[in-house]
Design a protein around this ligand. Sequence first.
Ligand SMILES: [Zn+2]
Length: 337
Amino acid sequence: MKKIFIYLTVLATSTLPQLSFAWGADGHQTVGAIADALLVGTKAGAQVKALVGNSSLEKISVWADCVKGISPEKDFAYTSTGRYAECAPFETASGIAAMADYVKRNDDACHRAAGEESCHKQYHYADVSLQHTHYQNGYTGTSDHDVVHAIQAAALVLQGKPQPSPFDMKDKAEALTLITHYIGDIHQPLHVASVFLNADGKVINPDEVAHDQNNNTVGGNALQCPCGNFHALWDDMPVQFKHGKMNGMLIRKARSLTLAAAPIDALPVLWADDAIRDASLVFGGAQFSKSTQNLYGSNWSIGLPLEYEKTMQNVKEDALARAGAHLAQLLQAIWPE
Ligand SMILES: [Zn+2]
């Protein structure tokens, strides 16, 4: 198959924080909107309403990304005012105080190593090597504060149970806000799976061979495609899906899905498994360059097969519908009829 290769030397990183706003705001809002629709008339829908008041899952879905505007190094000041339209509802004095309070509680209790980003930013992803067919505790790229554990912790809070460290969600409303976002993230394949490469661009399995952190492409953030950052390519919604334009179709699709049943704490593990399987489509037919080094670590270029755009759109459409259905499923498991 003909491959398209364009080599760019754009800033990318394996040690800088992940630049991940999975799905962008549009995608998270779509996931929330699907669940809002699926929960109409249910007990879970009434519980959600009691917690969010005039808001909705659609509107609160982006809060976990908006709080990234709080800078611990600037005395927990909010530094993104006016930058993201979807964050505007939270940019009141009390809203900013609530964001700063959350970040203070979730900044460093995860015992982060030097160079690792604030704990709450790590709650959004895992970096499981794509050779695995299942998510498993202990694999390289998993932790007790990755996205699987974050969903489990938020579900515990919503059930009125104690949450494990390092999570510190202050109440059910905050837990609902967070779980709505993380369930979006866990359905973005590059928020769960990562490809690990050696200096020659050969795929390695970090759980089988000796490796160092430099082999991690960090959910695609250290990969450059013709379009720029490979992680960002996957975060972006297809243009025809933006601004909720396809929500009606996605809601119908979400309603038609047959969902696997499992205990509440096992659900996010199943969803992580799905994401790892999707990662084989993300990287199917891809080719990698030798690595180059910059100030921040290793970088590779990724060459993508023709028709990749179509593959990507199908995976995204399917993942968004599943994410919305799964969010509704989990909330209904917490608040059954
Ligand atoms: Zn996120």
